[in-house]
Ligand binder design. Structure first.
Ligand SMILES: [Zn+2]
Length: 212
């Protein structure tokens, strides 16, 4: 999860309070969230949905509140609708999630570890949600969505590590630019790669400026 900047005013269709997923809302959300799921970081969603940060059940104010609308993949939306995540997930348009949680990909175990950086309820709950959407056990109906997500993360991870290895062999400006692009907030699974650089900053000092 990474920081996003919400734009104003709210899309016009929300004022009618009939639907929260009309075309104007969706195009604005795609732009704000860099065409990525705000929970897992998957980019270019085929199954994107309008997600309510705080559950809107029985509350029309929350249902059509522009500040409560987010962009997610169907899989993460399903997870977020489970008990325990109705409230208190970090609002990445107001807070910088990278200051509150740490996202680690463990390629050997092929699993994701998400650690809260503080004891705030929102940090703990958000860390649990993100770990769950990746690590869901391989049983039940949503197996494919979880393992698909993990495969995409692994693919992006391998590209990223290859770029870092190439850079260590020859520290060219071109190779540095390629890595910078992979560290951009707009890139797929950005939080994992950015935290990797922070965790290995003695080796990659020159990239710290791209993750601050
Ligand atoms: Zn997702």
């Amino acid at each position: 999860m990474i920081k996003c900047e919400r734009t104003y005013p709210a899309p016009e269709s929300l004022a009618k309070r009939q639907a929260y997923n009309e075309a104007d809302v969706i195009s604005r959300l795609k732009a704000i969230f860099y065409d990525k799921c705000y929970i897992c970081g998957l980019k270019g969603l085929q199954d994107g949905v309008v997600e309510h940060l705080v559950s809107h059940k029985g509350n029309d104010d929350l249902k059509y509140d522009w500040n409560n609308l987010f962009w997610s993949c169907h899989h993460c939306n399903q997870w977020k609708n489970k008990r325990g995540f109705e409230t208190d997930v970090l609002d990445c348009c107001h807070q910088n999630p990278e200051q509150h949680i740490m996202c680690i990909y463990d390629p050997r175990g092929n699993r994701v570890i998400v650690k809260p950086r503080d004891t705030e309820q929102s940090s703990v709950i958000t860390a649990r949600l993100i770990a769950n959407v990746f690590n869901e056990p391989n049983t039940g109906i949503r197996i494919n969505a979880s393992s698909q997500r993990m495969q995409d993360l692994r693919r992006e991870w391998n590209v990223f590590l290859k770029l870092l290895a190439d850079y260590r062999k020859e520290k060219s400006a071109h190779r540095k630019r390629l890595i910078r692009a992979r560290l951009s907030r707009t890139s797929a699974f950005a939080a994992f790669k950015r935290d990797y650089i922070r965790e290995h900053q003695s080796e990659y000092k020159e990239f710290l400026e791209f993750v601050s």
